[in-house]
Unconditional design. Structure first.
Length: 115
């Protein structure tokens, strides 16, 4: 093989990798980012979600000042109950829960045998 054969095989590879990085950069910069909330948009937050059967959940969703209890399945979403924000159910949110690592939970459950 000559050097020109090797170069002619590597150049298309470099061009394809550069195009892929360009597309990735474009998507990151100009793509829709669902985490960012723009002014004038409705604030939607999932407070809690509990699986009751495979592919069937009950979810509590906060939309502006209302809490919605939703039944979610693979094919549909059903409103079970609508509540005002003042009538919050006794639900632990992710923000209030302590972040424990595995070893701390193990110590707690085994009666602090590992000291």
């Amino acid at each position: 093989m000559q050097i020109m054969d090797i170069v002619s095989a590597i150049i298309p590879f470099i061009v394809i990798v550069a195009l892929l990085y360009g597309v990735l950069f474009f998507i990151k910069k100009y793509g829709t980012n669902l985490k960012k909330s723009k002014s004038g948009s409705i604030a939607i937050k999932v407070i809690s979600s509990q699986m009751i059967m495979p592919k069937k959940y009950i979810s509590i969703v906060k939309i502006e000042d209302k809490l919605l209890v939703l039944g979610v399945s693979e094919n549909s979403v059903t409103l079970l109950k609508e509540m005002n924000d003042e009538l919050k159910p006794n639900v632990k949110t992710d923000e209030n829960e302590e972040k424990n690592n595995f070893f701390d939970i193990l110590k707690k459950n085994l009666g602090n045998r590992f000291k």
